[in-house]
Design a protein around this ligand. Structure first.
Ligand SMILES: [Zn+2]
Length: 234
């Protein structure tokens, strides 16, 4: 249930209240803001008092969250993009024909001036998908050989919530957005999915296979989590 709360400094926030079978009040900051887990029987005035006492913590955390919220890509000349973990720059070049060139850390989009911004977003995404298909296929081939399995069929996905998957038919899907990540992160996701060709679960046996393919997978997993908001700009 969405609630609102005014602190003694006059600042009003809204938060999500969830009643739970528990004894204490738990607070957490999610991407949607403050979530309060409260015992089923707590009175509203008691809950408000607790939240007032924690106001410093809540406001500081909410401010940090706002600062971390990353802007979506602007399809304008000079915008910064990520490609294999590198910072690259978008160049918009008015031209009669639509073409895409990548050279020296610049992705140049040539298109007629009238609709260059609209054309640009489409052309950049097309370029990323095309590069992702080539790049991921090469890596999948290398790691499949290392694992000693035939190279599985690969498809690109547009999934926002998962980086990769592997189904029971042994088909691997990878999000093209991963092409923005550093190579070792892409390798890690590929190794995770390929390990499913041997273990269709997340058991200890599965992680043993992952580790054999990609020894430092835990660090990569963490890095990917931290990087995730950046990769969702596009
Ligand atoms: Zn998995």
């Amino acid at each position: 249930m969405q609630q609102s709360l005014t602190f003694s400094n006059g600042e009003t926030i809204s938060y999500l209240l969830e009643r739970r079978p528990r004894r204490t009040v738990g607070l957490k900051i999610t991407e949607n803001g403050l979530v309060v887990h409260a015992p089923k029987r707590i009175f509203e005035f008691q809950l408000n008092q607790i939240l007032q006492e924690k106001s410093n913590w809540i406001l500081t955390k909410l401010q940090a969250r706002e600062a971390n919220q990353i802007e979506k890509i602007q399809w304008v000349d000079g915008e910064h993009l990520l490609y294999l973990g590198q910072d690259i720059q978008l160049k918009l070049v008015p031209d009669v024909k639509k073409t895409t060139h990548f050279e020296r850390n610049k992705l140049a989009i040539h298109a007629p001036q009238v609709n260059i911004h609209k054309a640009c977003s489409r052309m950049v995404l097309m370029w990323y998908k095309k590069q992702a298909a080539l790049d991921f296929a090469r890596r999948v081939e290398v790691f499949a050989a290392k694992l000693g399995v035939p190279t599985p069929p690969l498809t690109l996905s547009n999934a926002q919530s998962r980086w990769g998957s592997c189904n029971s038919r042994g088909e691997v899907r990878l999000s093209w957005r991963l092409l923005q990540a550093p190579p070792q992160i892409i390798n890690y996701v590929i190794c995770h999915e390929l390990a499913h060709l041997k273990q269709m679960n997340h058991s200890a046996k599965f992680y043993a296979v992952v580790e054999q393919l990609f020894p430092n997978y835990k660090a990569a997993e963490k890095e990917l989590k931290l990087l995730s908001p950046q990769l969702h700009r596009m």
